[in-house]
Design a protein around this ligand. Structure first.
Ligand code: NAD
Length: 295
């Protein structure tokens, strides 16, 4: 039987609707609109399109947003000085530096230069550490969005064996952490795989829930999963498609056709995890404006 679709677009729209109402309430009490400052370095077309979508979401929910576009020749120090200016600017609630940034700039230094109280991406070590110890913090948007999907569709995670493929700091590792937490988390038993994992199939075939965040189109095939698995495909890959007027199409890390024949639930790409990431960014920006996490 074909898998049921986990419709991230639908859930994201519900979340954005709630954020919009919250913002209207917040503003009706005399507060100004939340403001998100985006920093875009260089001219990576994918980054440009992500920023455009995030800006559209901001308009939809009533968040003011501004995008500072910088040349890829900017130095590490210059970029940090700009961010420090945003840190001090009381009219800015959230700061987002769109990744990846050019190779000559160490991303971790840039992430750490953002005031953790404005780190709406949830990448600053203060937020990462507080999440680890179960303290209020900005949760990274993609893992938080994945947890919302389980919640919305009442897909049980407690006691399930979750296999996460891909162990990046922004997706795989925090997703594994949130799912494995006993308190305020997924209560799952988690296996975290990465490029050095030997015999990937040995792990994926045992997954009740498989989260894939690698950046490798079609990495996971139907033969690598068991019947009724729940599939969360985080990958966003551009592959050539001459029938498409843009010359490419977006696919995930999962071979949708073969895997969806065995899965019970699956996120499509596009329209699965991507919209959830953006919706959680809206939620985090409102939390930043309200100073809910760091009063
Ligand atoms: P990354 O490059 O930082 O990390 C990739 C991870 O995959 C690493 O841990 C690496 O060891 C692992 N890996 C690589 N090849 C592997 C293999 N053959 N087998 C097992 N593991 C392997 O990537 P990232 O930033 O985590 O992004 C992963 C994918 O998710 C990309 O396609 C990215 O575009 C997408 N993404 C989507 C969203 C969203 O909102 N949907 C958000 C962030 C990233």
């Amino acid at each position: 039987m074909a898998a049921s679709i986990i419709d991230g677009k639908l859930v994201a729209n519900l979340i954005k609707e709630r954020v919009k109402e919250d913002i209207q309430n917040w503003m009706s009490k005399g507060n100004r609109a939340p403001k998100l400052q985006v920093v875009l370095v260089g001219d990576n077309p994918a980054s440009y399109s992500y920023v455009k979508s995030k800006t559209t979401d901001c308009i939809e929910v009533g968040i003011d947003s501004e995008t500072l576009q910088l040349p890829d020749t900017i130095s590490d120090r210059e970029l940090r000085e700009i961010i420090e200016g945003f840190n001090k600017d009381d009219s800015i609630d959230g700061i987002l530096v769109q990744l990846p940034i050019p190779d000559h700039i160490p991303p971790q230094a840039i992430i750490e230069s953002i005031d953790h109280r404005k780190d709406v991406d949830g990448f600053h070590p203060m937020n990462v550490g507080r999440m680890q110890v179960g303290q209020p913090c900005f949760r990274p948007c993609t893992p938080a969005g994945i947890m919302e999907l389980f919640n919305h569709y009442s897909i049980p995670t407690k006691g399930k064996h979750v296999v996460v493929v891909g162990a990046s700091q922004i997706v795989g590792t925090p997703t594994a952490m949130l799912l494995s937490r006993e308190k305020d988390g997924g209560k799952s038993t988690v296996t975290l795989c990465h490029r050095y994992t030997k015999d990937l199939t040995k792990h994926t075939i045992n997954a009740d829930i498989l989260v894939v965040a690698v950046g490798s189109p079609g990495l996971i095939t139907g033969q690598m999963v068991k019947e009724d698995v729940v599939i969360i495909d985080v990958g966003i890959n551009r592959v050539a498609d001459h029938e498409n007027e843009r010359g490419y199409k977006i696919v995930g890390d999962v071979d949708y056709k073969s895997v969806s024949e065995k899965a019970s639930w699956i996120t499509p790409v596009p329209g699965g995890v991507g919209p959830m990431t953006r919706a959680m960014l809206m939620k985090n920006t409102l939390l930043a404006a309200k100073k809910s996490l760091y009063p």
